[in-house]
Design a protein around this ligand. Structure first.
Ligand code: SAH
Length: 239
């Protein structure tokens, strides 16, 4: 899976992406994280990516043109948005076979969750545009992306943290990213098929068995695997 992140702060992406599981995922070749510095796609000498809003009002608005150029350079403008001729050409040269998605981070978008992460873990390429300032020219939303995505009902100063949330949640579902494939089983938000509900992870304990009189439940020290299994199931349902 290749992630393209369009941002004015590429170091925020490479910093977090260069540690822990995302580093391992990149080293193993399972994922590739490619920040695109939006300022590279500007044409004026100040590398300006924003301007004042038409109609007046507070704050600056990110311009459509540098974003258009950035997406075009990596062929990330959705097929549904390109004109008919280009679409036909793309079908013939076979690039439709690559499963791609282009999203804009936005507090008013569809809320990202575990089921979206699961769906996107099967993509070949995910392109994420990170907003800054007051917002983004609406023509980006109308002509250059598949959808707007929010990571939660609050407003951040930029899209970079959201992009990393998505990259981490999606990547850990891709084989070769997590060290131990077992750790994906029995997880919070995994859907329990029999119940049609959501399973919450059971409580974990490790050594020591007694810390300041706070004791690990006896059943976990019993060695009785059947009982332990039942206890965990019960606890996870309770939660
Ligand atoms: N004025 C805008 C907020 C701009 S915040 C409004 O009221 O809607 C600047 C950028 O941060 C946004 O363009 C978006 O890319 C990002 N952002 C802020 N909150 C976010 C959230 N909850 N989820 C995803 N992206 C968010």
């Amino acid at each position: 899976m290749k992630y393209n992140i369009v941002t004015i702060f590429p170091h925020l992406i490479s910093g977090y992406g260069g540690e822990s599981i995302l580093k391992r995922g990149q080293n193993s070749g399972a994922i590739e994280i490619c920040p695109l510095d939006l300022r590279v796609f500007t044409q004026d000498k100040h590398n300006k990516v924003d301007d004042t809003p038409y109609g007046g009002g507070a704050g600056m608005v990110m311009q459509v043109e540098p974003i258009f150029r950035a997406l075009k350079s990596i062929d990330a403008i959705p097929f549904s948005k390109v004109d008919g001729l280009t679409k036909v050409k793309k079908v013939f040269n076979g690039s439709l076979a690559r499963k791609k998605r282009t999203i804009l981070m936005s507090p008013r978008g569809r809320q990202f969750d575990q089921s979206v992460a699961e769906q996107w873990s099967h993509l070949d390429e995910l392109t994420i545009i990170c907003g800054r300032y007051e917002g983004i020219d609406q023509r980006v939303v109308d002509h250059l992306i598949d959808e707007e995505i929010s990571i939660g009902p609050y407003v951040l100063a930029g899209g970079e943290l959201g992009a990393m949330v998505i990259i981490e949640a999606v990547s850990r579902l891709i084989p070769g990213v997590l060290g131990n494939a077992e750790s994906l089983k029995d997880e919070t938000h995994n859907v329990l098929v029999e119940d049609g509900g959501v399973e919450s992870e059971y409580p974990h304990y490790t050594k020591p068995a007694d810390f300041k009189g706070w004791k690990v439940p006896d059943v976990l020290l019993s060695g009785d695997h059947k009982k332990i299994e039942e206890w965990r199931m019960e606890q996870s349902k309770k939660k």
